[in-house]
Write a protein that binds this ligand. Sequence first.
Ligand code: SAH
Length: 419
Amino acid sequence: MAHPQTPHDPQPYPLGLRLAGRRVLVVGGGTVATRRVPALLDAGAAVALVAPEVTPALHGHIAAGRLSWSPRAFRPDDLDDTWLVQVAIDDPAAAAQISAAAEERRIFCVRADDRQAASAWTPAVTRSGPVTVAVLGGGDPRRAMAVRDAVRALLADAGSRRQPAGAPVPAAGEPAEGGSVALVGSGPGDPELITVKGRRLLAEADVVVADRLVPGLLLDELRADVELVDASKIPYGPSRTQEEINRILVERALAGATVVRLKGGDPYVFGRGGEELLACAAAGVPVSVVPGVTSAVSVPAAAGVPVTHRQVAHEFTVVSGHLPPGHPDSLVNWPALAALRGTLVLLMGLKNLPAITAALLAGGRDAGVAVAVVQEGTTGDQRTLRATLGSVADAVAEAGIRPPAIVVIGDVVTALDAA
Ligand code: SAH
């Protein structure tokens, strides 16, 4: 029977159910079940699905062996050994029957069709690392979601804030002491293009070692007590500077700090992230990598250029142009690149652009192929120049394009022009 929630009704009692290995019955195979099942699997529940038909996404879980499926209607013995029931069907009469059977056996029952008739509610949830925030809105899911969204925004802004000089709250399974290093990609320039995980780790950091290309607004958000090391201001030449960065990462982590090494774009795309990882590992410092949105793909996109496009390009090649073709240290096979017909994305290619375009033309690439040069992509100062392979080197010099810039060569440059 229904228990309407009025202002005088008792409030629900919040619980965190530890479902690992426990049978949870999901009745229904439509969109509601599709949305509920992943969190149950994430909690380690032994999910048993009962539904004559299921969505392709549920099929995927079944095919991967993540849950068991009985392709039929509900039977009361489906409740055997069950700890929790999720009724995810539209038919109110059938749903009422299932929840009556569950009630009889003292099994909590969540109902998608009628919250007021359910014995349990699923809260609106947001997760931040090991922390889960669950919000119940007094029977109004929209209110719950609005509060959840506000909490999520707070968590994203603040991370798990700690008291200055206070002890960090250790997550379950993590050592209470001992520093670590995370190599985090900041994305190409727009501060909103960092990953959710990257932003959380940044908010949790004691020390941040940042590159020149890292969005300034991300650094602006750091707590006052965070030590910010600007890697671009380390004096010495390039190789000494890298050694010095490695030394700072290792030293701070060994002193117990949570260190974020914030790097432009993705840490491993021409970013020397691998060297930093090896240096930390060699010193016995726990080190992890959080990928970032690389400028190689996102900066062309921001300028309206897709790096692949159906019937236009089936490949894209990302190349560093910091050494000119023919340089003894160059590892790039320029004649091979000239023979490709797909998209070529050049990073750090401005200085050597005349030599690079000459090598591509000499290798047979068409002088008329379209080129876009994008300076400071995804930022408020983004600037795009269009030219052809034959004209781009002069055009860049004339327009005074400066680093950081990306050069995209290929028919994809004009692929979206009709849009
Ligand atoms: N790890 C970075 C690349 C580092 S190499 C990434 O994944 O994006 C630095 C080069 O990246 C610059 O010389 C430039 O070619 C390119 N670049 C980075 N950010 C850029 C931006 N916002 N606009 C244009 N080019 C950018």
